[in-house]
Design a protein around this ligand. Sequence first.
Ligand SMILES: [Zn+2]
Length: 269
Amino acid sequence: MSARSALAALFVSAGCAPTEAAPAKPPPIAARSPVEAPAPAPVATAPPAEAPAAAPPPRDPGQANLDPDDDQVVGPPEAIADCEVRLTAAGVRFRAGALPVKATAGGTCGAPQAVIYEAGPSGIAWNAAPVVTCSLALGLARFEGVLQAEAEKHLGARVVRIRQGGTYSCRRMARFRLASEHSYGNAIDLHAFELSDHRWISVKSHFGDPSGEPETPESRFLRSVARRAFAEDVFSVVLTPFWDKLHADHFHLDQARYRVGAVGPASSR
Ligand SMILES: [Zn+2]
């Protein structure tokens, strides 16, 4: 078993205090296939050149961590040197935040860099402006594009407000040695979305039975949003009601160094 698989298995086995049996297989790893070494050009007389070692995929700090080699690194995410430039380019209105780094009995909490995400490129409002790492803020900016596209497709409206349930919380994952990404402000829980026609779409009320197919436009909207957020590398980790009963009423999104996507029935993972 690879280190990645081992970590994923550990995450699955303990998770956020799961209450259901762990899936038999680790979750899908999207966009993680190793870069293929280019085939050497045919040479008539010389033996084939040795293919160069596969390079890790480039790391974009504003998206899911695609580097499999740091999956087991535990600690706050590193600061992003050009954070403000990136956020401004992404259309984010923000203020400097603070999540002081501190050592606790359970590990380190806080992050060397934090921002208060006031509004993103499509102007979605929040019940409370989230205080997050720069990487998560950049992910939220991209996530707005996914939200708006899926809301218009399935519901004929736009998202105007998000009800979030928290970002920073200095704690470990329940029954697990790893720190939760909430310990670093590198995770956010989303509960509901208000549309431009004043409807509220909540994970709790509209996701539908995760063991069944989506039966309403609202359910299709929520499931499509989650699926794209993971498949398009917007976030490293996307947990939904597909994960366990503790996530029956919200989406957990984070920018961990490892990847876990619970965006479909366990049988498809
Ligand atoms: Zn969470």
